[in-house]
Design a protein around this ligand. Structure first.
Ligand code: ZN
Ligand code: FE
Length: 257
């Protein structure tokens, strides 16, 4: 990664990750999905940084609850999805699919990824190959489909699959261990997954976060990106289903896992 850029992982609530993006050369700081204000303020204070931008991927409480407090204290600009403007208060800059904005001085493309919520967006820093993915994709998993359709979520993940495989993914939750158990169940003979599992279990043992994750690893191991894989289809019992149907089955199985 560009050494001018630092991304700090801030744990919040029970299993959320808030991401703090600092551009050292431009002295700009952005926070992504502040579930809470206090832990963010603590890091800003410690480093003597101002906060310039607050970025939301979707309207859920565990991604936006720190917005107002941080806006008031730092006079930061709130950037959020236009399609969720009725559900997020005090937005300064509405963004939608295809827009290019600057996050902490770095160009980022907005990609609409409905499914988890209808207006969910992700932020792709294409020069740095950094993705702030909210609750669309997790390591070895994907978000629950609350507002959109299964087909929406399937197509949203297809959009992520088109990004550079070297992309580093910063998602909103640490769900990796449970996702790993599920992945091993539906894709037990996947060698790449077994190797990835070792890495995850080592990180867990050391009390380290398993996020960020790399898109290439997810393409090889995350069953929700592999619904076109004949072995997975076989393992969940129907090799004649379309990738979309396999995806729906996987998502429903995981909801009850
Ligand atoms: Zn959410
Ligand atoms: Fe969430």
């Amino acid at each position: 990664m560009n050494k001018d850029i630092e991304i700090i992982n801030i744990k919040a609530l029970s299993d959320n990750y808030i991401w703090l993006l600092r551009n050292h050369s431009k002295k700009l700081t952005a926070v992504i999905d502040p579930a809470e204000a206090e832990p963010v303020e603590k890091i800003l204070l410690k480093n003597n940084w101002e906060l310039n931008q607050i970025i939301n991927t979707h309207h859920h409480y565990d991604h936006t609850n720190g917005n107002l407090k941080l806006m008031e204290k730092y006079n930061a600009v709130l950037i959020a999805p236009k399609l969720e403007q009725d559900k997020i208060q005090n937005i300064n800059h509405l963004v939608q699919d295809g827009d290019i904005i600057d996050i902490a001085g770095l160009p980022a493309k907005i990609i609409h990824t409905p499914g988890h919520t209808l207006g969910h967006i992700i932020y792709y820093l294409h020069n740095e190959k950094i993705l702030f993915a909210g609750d669309t994709i997790f390591s070895l998993g994907c978000g629950r489909v609350f507002e959109g359709s299964m087909q929406d979520m399937y197509l949203s993940l297809e959009k992520i699959k088109e990004l550079d495989p070297k992309t580093t993914i910063y998602c909103g939750h640490e769900y990796t261990e449970s996702n790993l158990n599920f992945s091993l169940k539906v894709d037990p003979n996947n060698n790449e997954l077994l190797i990835f599992a070792d890495k995850i279990l080592t990180q867990k043992l050391k009390g380290m976060p398993t996020i960020p994750t790399i898109l290439k690893d997810e393409m090889n191991c995350n069953p929700f990106l592999r619904s076109d894989n004949p072995e997975i289809a076989e393992n969940i019992g129907n090799s004649k289903m379309s990738p979309q149907e396999i995806f729906r089955n996987l998502r429903e199985m995981k909801d009850n896992f």
